[in-house]
Design a protein around this ligand. Structure first.
Ligand SMILES: Cc1cc2nc3c(=O)[nH]c(=O)nc-3n(C[C@H](O)[C@H](O)[C@H](O)COP(=O)(O)OP(=O)(O)OC[C@H]3O[C@@H](n4cnc5c(N)ncnc54)[C@H](O)[C@@H]3O)c2cc1C
Length: 424
């Protein structure tokens, strides 16, 4: 171990997937000192992927596989500042936690529309169990009566919500600012297919159009809407603060068109939770910036959705918002913290994610947006089964596939190996 002579205290800020895995990794590496997990949410670490899937249709199981750890958990508490030189983390209960090593794993929160727009009843975001339960209740309410759901943002969470809302019988409109949903993530061929797939499944897809505001049933919105920002904003507003607020009635698009809505889901991406690090001297740039081994400062590592790091394989600084990334970075960041920079390993896993939209499996790997060329390497979009490879200077950097996991895996191996595109 190369932390100052046998570290005794490690603080982990953020008690979700990356924070939990970091704590488990410390124990697995033989760390016998104190671990304190400071987590803004009032419940122990849980699994977020089911929140846009099974939880919306009634299954409340969000257990994280392997959620046991020998650590002191400060639940419902928020780290509010960091003193790197003094090695202390201040917490919102007034305490000051000294550390020998720190793991930053404060993740991200949903990006919101302008604050005055978010307070209408019937407006939702999706990041926490409470958000998912509120959305489920809302969908149950509108779906039975063929209610109108407008999803703002055609990313993977927006797509999953649109798909679930359709399966529950709602009329769904998906508004995407880009020309095609997820084009930046899966490339144009797969995004074009996805657009058609949404339409074939009864979603009204509006692309190339920005939402400029929400329209309520008259009067002003209340505070906090139904999504109860509470621990995300740190402002202490709790779930249900918007009860009694005016209901949302429509979504207003650039150009003036209004799309009628009984329920609105704002799924326009996330913002990394780094405000508490301002003034700490750490570099913040849409995330906390680290080196390849996830060090943000001496004896300070970071992991998960909050990190922007120089990816060893692609050369760029990236921030990745995927489960496996948070899981694996949590494990490695903690190991590197114990070993110190001289023996630390760079984190260079190839990102990848899969989603199901109206029953179809859509997967991607690597960083397709880095490609300077794309190649349809297997199948055909018309057959709803195909794979696309992305190359930069002839070298594989990304892949996307619809209903073709075998091909996606083959391409993924090529990305990991830094191979040129080979025939299938
Ligand atoms: C609805 C949904 C569906 C998803 N589906 C998939 C999927 O199918 N596949 C996939 O790969 N990924 C999916 N993801 C993404 C995946 O869940 C995330 O990448 C993962 O949760 C990131 O983990 P994390 O620990 O880095 O951050 P987070 O899960 O964001 O956790 C950060 C924690 O830190 C807390 N926190 C914030 N600020 C502070 C502070 N100052 N002090 C203390 N605590 C703080 C937060 O409240 C939170 O509990 C999904 C995410 C969502 C929201």
């Amino acid at each position: 171990m190369s932390l100052p002579s046998q570290p005794r205290r490690i603080v982990i800020a953020g008690a979700s997937l990356a924070g939990l895995r970091a704590a488990q990794s410390l124990r697995a590496e033989g760390f016998a000192g104190d671990i304190t997990l400071v987590g803004a949410e009032p419940r122990p670490p849980y699994n977020r992927p089911p929140l846009s899937k099974s939880v919306l249709t009634g299954d409340d199981d969000v257990t994280l596989p392997g959620d046991e750890v020998d650590a002191h958990w400060l639940g419902g508490r928020r780290a509010i500042s960091l003193d790197v030189a003094g090695r202390r983390v201040a917490v919102d209960d007034g305490s000051d936690l000294p550390y020998d090593g720190l793991v930053i794993a404060t993740g991200a929160r949903p990006r919101r529309l302008a604050e005055d727009q978010m307070g209408y009843a019937g407006v939702h975001v999706l990041r926490t169990v409470e958000h998912a339960q509120a959305l489920r209740a809302g969908l149950g309410g509108v779906a039975g009566a063929a209610g109108r759901v407008v999803v703002i943002g055609g990313g993977f969470i927006g797509g999953e919500v649109a798909s679930t809302a359709r399966s529950l019988g709602a009329e769904v409109t998906l508004v995407e600012a880009g020309e095609l949903p997820m084009a930046g993530v899966v490339g144009e061929v797969a995004a074009g297919w996805l657009a058609e797939h949404h339409r074939r499944n009864g979603v009204e897809l509006i692309t190339g159009m920005r939402v400029v505001g929400l329209v309520g049933e008259g009067g002003e919105p209340g505070e906090g809407g139904e999504f109860g920002e509470g621990w995300e904003s740190g402002e202490g507003r709790r779930l249900g603060a918007g009860r009694g607020a005016r209901r949302v009635r429509a979504v207003r698009l650039d150009g003036g068109r209004e799309v009628a809505a009984d329920l609105v889901v704002v799924a326009i991406g996330v913002v990394p939770n780094t405000e508490w690090l301002e003034g700490s001297g750490l570099t913040l740039d849409d995330g906390v910036v680290t080196d390849q081994a996830l060090f943000a400062a001496p004896d300070v590592v970071a992991a998960g959705d909050v990190v922007r790091w120089p990816h060893g394989l692609f050369g760029e600084r990236v921030r990745v918002e995927h489960w496996a990334n948070a899981n694996d970075q949590g494990l490695l960041a903690a190991r590197n913290l114990l070993r110190g920079p001289a023996e630390a390993e760079p984190y260079a896993e190839v990102p990848g994610l899969g989603t199901r939209v109206h029953g179809a499996r859509v997967q991607w790997a690597g960083l397709p947006h880095l490609g300077d060329a794309s190649h349809l390497v297997a199948g055909k979009a018309e057959d709803d089964k195909f794979a696309v490879a992305f190359t930069r200077g002839g070298i594989l950097v990304g892949a996307a596939a619809v209903a073709f996991p075998k091909e996606l895996n083959r391409l993924r191996r090529g990305i990991v190996a830094g191979s040129a595109l080979a025939a299938g």
